[in-house]
Design a protein around this ligand. Structure first.
Ligand SMILES: Cc1ncc(COP(=O)(O)O)c(C=O)c1O
Length: 390
C-alpha cells in the first residue's frame, strides 16, 4: 500500500532531476563513447538514490556504482535492472546476496573470490566481479606489484566472470597531476601484463569526476562519475568545460522572529548577545539535519536573494540568522541554505569552505529527516519523507 508523504516541516531538499539529466548529457560529450557508471552511493550524495537512479537508468547509463550491498539491494528492490557495481568491500558471509541480487562485486582477496564462486554455484549462476588494484588510494585493492599473482589466484574459482579491472584516484582533482599520471602508468602496464598472460578482461576503469575532466587518457573503457552529475565541479583546480546545473537545493522557512534589545541573547551558551536593537529569525533546521555546527563561524543563508548570516550556535533542530537588514521579512518567508536565490548562490563548496570540509560531505550529510522533493519540467513529480512516497 502506498502511503502518501505528508510534509509538515517547512524545511526540505529539492532535487532537480532535469539538471541531473542535463549534466549527464554534458558529461557524455567528454567521454567519446566510453561507458559511464553513475555513482549513486550514499543515497546519491544525499539527492536520493532511487529517484535519481530511475531517471539516470531511463537515460541509459551503463551501470550504477554503490559501496555496500544494502545500497545495491535498495536499487534492485526499486526495480532498477541496470548493472550495479558494488565498489565497496563485503564480508565473505554476505557473498550470496551479491549473486542473488546480480551485483557486480569489487574483489581483490582470494577469500572473497572463493565465497562468491561458492555462492554462485549454489544459486546456479555466475558471479560477475571487478578486480581492484591499489595503485595509490590505499583503501581497497591488491598491491599493484602483486596484481598478476593475486588475479591468477582469484581466477582459480570457476563460477566467476571477470567483467572489469579498476583502481581509484586519491588526487585527480588537484592541479598537480603527477601522482595521477603515475597511477595511469601503473594501470596501463598492468593491462599489457595481463594481456600477455592471456588474461583479457573487457572493462578497465579508474576515473572519477576529476579524471573525467582532466585525464581523458585515463578514461579507459568506463568512468565512474558522481559529483559532476549532481552539478558540481570536484575542486577549484579542475578544467571547467561544462555548464553544470546544480541539482540540489536545501530550503527552509522562517518559523519565528525575535526583536532583540541590547543585552538580549539567542541560543545555547548565549553565544550571540545583541549590542543594540537586532532582528533575528529562527529557522527550523539544525545539526540533526546535517547542517554543521561550524556554520556559526562564517556561514550564511540567502533571504530574498541577499545574504543573511548565521549567528549564535546551531541547535539540534534550529538555527538563527540575523535579519536586522530585512525589515520586511516575515514568518513563512523562504530561506535558502544551499542553492540559488536571485543572483546569489550558496554551493556545497561554499558551505564546505565555511566548515573546513569537502562538498561531498556537505551534500551527503543533509539527512533523511529532511523531505526530498523531486522536480521534472518544473513540476514536482515525487516526494520522499520518512519512508513515505507521494
Ligand atoms: C570508488 C569510487 N569511484 C568513483 C567515485 C566518484 O567520484 P566523483 O563523485 O568525484 O565522481 C567515488 C566517489 O567517491 C568512489 O568512491
Amino acid at each position: 500500500m502506498k502511503v502518501e508523504a505528508l510534509i509538515l516541516r517547512p524545511s526540505w531538499v529539492e532535487v532537480d532531476l532535469d539538471a541531473v539529466l542535463d549534466n549527464l548529457a554534458q558529461v557524455r560529450t567528454l567521454l567519446a563513447g566510453k561507458k559511464l557508471c553513475a555513482v549513486v552511493k550514499a543515497d546519491a550524495y544525499g539527492l536520493g538514490a532511487v529517484p535519481v537512479s530511475r531517471a539516470l537508468a531511463q537515460a541509459g547509463v551503463d551501470a550504477f556504482g554503490v559501496v555496500m550491498l544494502d545500497e545495491a539491494v535498495q536499487l534492485r528492490r526499486a526495480g532498477i535492472v541496470t548493472p550495479i557495481l558494488n565498489m565497496g568491500e563485503i564480508l565473505t558471509e554476505h557473498a550470496g546476496y551479491a549473486v542473488e541480487y546480480d551485483v557486480q562485486q569489487m574483489i581483490y582477496r582470494p577469500e572473497t573470490a572463493q565465497a562468491l564462486s561458492i555462492a554462485a554455484a549454489r544459486l546456479g549462476k555466475k558471479a560477475a566481479v571487478h578486480f581492484k588494484i591499489n595503485t595509490g588510494m590505499g583503501r581497497y585493492g591488491c598491491e599493484y606489484e602483486h596484481a598478476l599473482e593475486t588475479l591468477q589466484q582469484c581466477r582459480r574459482y570457476p563460477h566467476l566472470v571477470f567483467e572489469g579491472v579498476m583502481t581509484h584516484f586519491p588526487l585527480s582533482d588537484a592541479a598537480d597531476k603527477s601522482f595521477a599520471q603515475l597511477q595511469i602508468l601503473r594501470m596501463k602496464r598492468l593491462r599489457r601484463l595481463f594481456e600477455e598472460n592471456g588474461l583479457d578482461i573487457p572493462c578497465w576503469h579508474m576515473c572519477n569526476s576529476g579524471g573525467v575532466l582532466d585525464l581523458p587518457q585515463a578514461h579507459m573503457d568506463m568512468v565512474r562519475c558522481g559529483l559532476l552529475l549532481y552539478g558540481y565541479y570536484p575542486s577549484e583546480d579542475v578544467q571547467r568545460p561544462l555548464t553544470l546545473k546544480p541539482a540540489m537545493t536545501v530550503k527552509t522557512h522562517i518559523i519565528a522572529i525575535r526583536e532583540l534589545r541590547r543585552g538580549d541573547s539567542v541560543g545555547y551558551s548565549r553565544r550571540f548577545i545583541a549590542r543594540g536593537p537586532e532582528r533575528v529569525a529562527v529557522l527550523p533546521i539544525g545539526y540533526a539535519d546535517g547542517y554543521d555546527r561550524k556554520m556559526r563561524f562564517n556561514g550564511y543563508t540567502l533571504l530574498n536573494g541577499r545574504k543573511a548570516p548565521i549567528i549564535s550556535g546551531l541547535c539540534m533542530d534550529a538555527c538563527f540568522i540575523r535579519i536586522s537588514d530585512f525589515p520586511q521579512a516575515r514568518i513563512g518567508d523562504p530561506v535558502i541554505l544551499m542553492g540559488q536565490c536571485g543572483e546569489e548562490e550558496i554551493s556545497p563548496h561554499d558551505i564546505a569552505h565555511a566548515i573546513q570540509s569537502v562538498s561531498y560531505e556537505v551534500m551527503a550529510r543533509f539527512g533523511k529527516r529532511l523531505p526530498r522533493l523531486y522536480f521534472r519540467d518544473g513540476s514536482r513529480v515525487e516526494t520522499l519523507h520518512n519512508g513515505m512516497q507521494g
